[in-house]
Ligand binder design. Structure first.
Ligand code: ADP
Ligand code: MG
Length: 406
């Protein structure tokens, strides 16, 4: 051993539970896919159709986030193509595409490495796509990931986009065999309101990825954690607890990986090189908070205002909860609020009902003796989070900026 071996060993962090944290990065492809036997089998069966001279025009891949759609679909299709000369697979992620034109251009770029200018229009882009596919093997599988980010835009209708992709003239004329595999959180017909013309051009083939249950998350996570953490860093009871909570709350492998990574970071901040149930609980708390604040920031201004009004009063120990509609009203009518933000009682009531439907507040009626009955309103989460969301919300809202700067 050289003196440096000793030096590095002596200064290595010994308070870290990790040996390779990168393994927990959801973007790091795992060597093995676990717990998706049925889906892998179904995808393989569909691909094997080429040996009988048939690939379905579409195969809808759907299921909630973090259920292995991208990983499984990409891997099975690529492994098949690697063994079959007549098949090519192309993968395009449409997440960042704001328009149908840019989505088509993204497909073209994947095939040719080049994009068309806006002046060439959707026609120009599709012409480019068909020309490129002419030089492709007999069969092309086109995986269109996160296709639900595509929306109706000012210039094009998704129906038109899909119809071109499935029945485009250039495609039919050149006899191109294309199998389009849209990947989305929900079935596309439902999500994008596709019309019957497009629906009949699509096949009924669909592969569903349901949320992971406890048993499935366990087999997905076990080998990952074994590589990421040092021996003994995740005691069985902590592993079981984390898996159970992740399955109950999300059924999402991406979130489950993050849970254990953050719990490990928490342990290391506490100067420990192993995880405890408390590390999981602390992480679950902050995850919940981040998710709620994100939800609050997506609310319309009026809804957000009503929430600030229902968390604006001080009680004996911190923010007063529950409050009444009257108290919300009083807060919103204090003089620092611009007039257009002074909501009437009826509006406040309607919004409170909306917020209740969204699961952000709870309400109940309390009898006030002679004063009659009164509605009580309480947030379903720590009311302090509304205050913490204000700054983030205000940066996106000119209205709230006014209120805060006063
Ligand atoms: N069945 C699985 N086996 C191994 N890892 C998985 C599995 N499912 C999900 N993962 C992990 O979770 C991450 C997210 O999965 P992904 O396929 O991107 O989900 P989706 O596309 O459904 O949102 C993957 O990169 C992988 O690390
Ligand atoms: Mg995905």
């Amino acid at each position: 051993m050289s003196k440096y071996d000793d030096l590095f060993a002596a200064t290595a962090p010994d308070d870290s539970p990790f040996i390779d944290k990168g393994v927990l990065d959801p973007l790091a492809d795992p060597p093995e896919i676990h717990a998706r036997k049925d889906q892998e089998r179904e995808l393989a069966r569909l691909l094997n159709g080429v040996h009988d001279g048939y690939l379905p025009p579409t195969v809808a891949i759907y299921g909630p986030p973090g259920t292995g759609k991208t990983l499984t679909t990409r891997r099975v299709a690529r492994e098949f193509a690697a063994r079959t000369d007549a098949v090519a697979v192309e993968y395009v992620n449409l997440k960042e595409c704001r328009t149908l034109f840019s989505a088509a251009n993204e497909i073209l770029a994947e095939l040719t490495g080049e994009k068309k200018g806006a002046y060439e229009g959707l026609d120009g882009v599709f012409a480019g796509i068909w020309t490129a596919l002419e030089d492709y093997p007999d069969w092309t599988v086109l995986i269109l990931d996160e296709i639900d980010h595509i929306r109706h835009d000012a210039n094009y209708d998704p129906n038109d986009f899909f119809y071109r992709l499935l029945r485009g003239e250039g495609k039919l004329k050149r006899g191109i065999d294309l199998s389009v595999w849209p990947v989305s959180n929900e079935l596309l017909e439902v999500d994008l309101h596709l019309d019957s013309r497009v629906e009949s051009a699509m096949s009924d083939e669909a592969v569903c990825f349901p949320p992971y249950g406890e048993r499935e998350l366990r087999v997905v996570l076990e080998p990952r954690l074994a590589r990421a953490f040092r021996d003994g860093a995740v005691p069985d009871a902590v592993f079981e607890y984390g898996v159970r909570e992740a399955a109950r709350r999300w059924g999402d492998a991406r979130k489950a990986l993050r849970l254990f990574r953050q719990a490990g970071e928490h342990a290391s901040e506490c100067g420990r090189n192993w995880l405890t149930i408390d590390c999981i609980d602390a992480t679950l708390g902050t995850t919940e908070k981040a998710a709620t604040i994100e939800k609050l920031c997506d609310l319309p201004v009026n809804h957000f205002l009503v929430l600030t009004g229902s968390t604006a009063w001080n009680g004996a120990d911190g923010i007063k909860q529950p409050v009444t509609t009257g108290e919300i009203h009083d807060y919103l009518h204090r003089d620092r609020h611009p007039e257009e933000l002074q909501l009437g009682s009826r509006t406040i009531q309607t919004i409170v009902t909306d917020l209740e439907t969204m699961g952000l507040v709870e309400t109940w009626i309390e009898s006030k003796g002679r004063g009659g009955r009164q509605k009580r309103i309480e947030t379903t989460f720590d009311p302090q989070w509304v205050h913490e969301a204000v700054t983030e919300y205000a940066t996106d809202s000119t209205y709230l900026e006014i209120v805060i700067s006063r």
